[in-house]
Write a protein that binds this ligand. Structure first.
Ligand code: AP5
Length: 249
């Protein structure tokens, strides 16, 4: 990655030319946003991109599920929204993600999965980053038709270990049925992947997500990828988009 440089001054050289001196400025942390409907493949792809790009994968859904798993008061409050397939209110979501972005491992950037989910969250993220002299480098939008999203969510199985590795009974099956290839832990259906909750998630969450897609398109930050391709092909196209279009400020 090219580093930007700031001119510091200049001086005459022995050969008579003028040598300018530049102060090397570290690139700003690379903040990538993953967009897509519930089940589009954001988590699957964010895991791979995180490994390839050396950036942490920050999933708002996983952060919420961690609070629920710990049984905190916050987790109990959040669960009421998630069980209904509704979005968690913007103020608490923004605070939680802001805290996560302040952790040392986010210093060189992050892959944000599931956040922002409303225009108000996108604006809050912009303000948060502007205070740090940064901005979103790019928004990667995995486009998948709603009927396909239902198939993906109903067949999804998630590892019950802390890493929450993602599988699909048909499209991305584990080597041993019902067991995570990586952790050896049992796989389970996510509570919000029950058919009624899936329908509710799509109805309530797709409209605000489309507004967020428009928000980044209007700012010339959107890279749209066809998500109805193999997992490997989607990864290839996302990596290409990151390297060609998602520039650091
Ligand atoms: P969250 O955990 O973020 O859920 P989501 O956005 O609904 O997304 P999913 O995790 O369901 O799907 P995904 O796109 O990651 O797909 P995946 O890779 O698993 O959020 C959960 C809840 O928390 C929300 O409903 C809300 O209540 C709350 N919440 C979270 N963030 C919030 C926010 N910012 N504001 C307010 N509330 C918030 O893939 C799905 C399946 O498809 C898998 O089985 C996978 O193996 C398979 N698959 C993936 N890619 C392919 C492919 N190319 N071909 C075939 N199969 C594929």
């Amino acid at each position: 990655m090219t580093q930007r440089a700031v001119r510091k001054g200049s001086g005459a050289t022995a050969a008579g030319g003028t040598a300018r001196s530049y102060q090397v400025k570290a690139p700003a942390p690379r903040i990538l946003v993953m967009l897509g409907g519930p089940g589009a493949g954001k988590g699957t792809q964010a895991d791979v991109l995180a490994e390839q790009l050396g950036l942490p994968h920050v999933s708002s859904g996983e952060l919420f599920r961690a609070h629920i798993g710990e049984g905190t008061a916050f987790g109990k409050e959040v669960q009421r929204y998630m069980d209904r397939g509704a979005l968690v209110p913007d103020d608490v979501t923004v605070r939680m993600v802001s805290d996560r972005l302040s952790q040392p491992d986010a210093a060189s950037g992050v892959i944000l999965d599931g956040f922002p989910r409303t225009v108000s969250q996108a604006q809050a993220l912009d303000r948060m980053l502007a205070q740090r002299g940064n901005r979103v480098a790019g928004a990667l939008y995995i486009q998948v038709d709603p009927e396909e999203l239902v198939k993906r969510l109903s067949g999804r199985r998630v590892c019950t270990g802390p890493s929450q590795h993602i599988y699909h009974v048909m499209f991305n099956a584990p080597k041993v049925e019902g067991i995570c290839d990586i952790d050896g832990t049992p796989l389970a259906l996510r509570a919000d992947d029950e058919p009624d909750t899936v329908r509710s998630r799509l109805t309530k969450q797709l409209p605000p997500m489309f507004e967020v897609v428009d928000y980044y398109a209007d700012r010339d930050l959107l890279c749209a990828i066809r998500g109805d391709q193999s997992i490997e092909k989607v990864t290839e196209e996302l990596l290409h988009a990151v390297e060609t279009a998602c520039k650091v400020p």
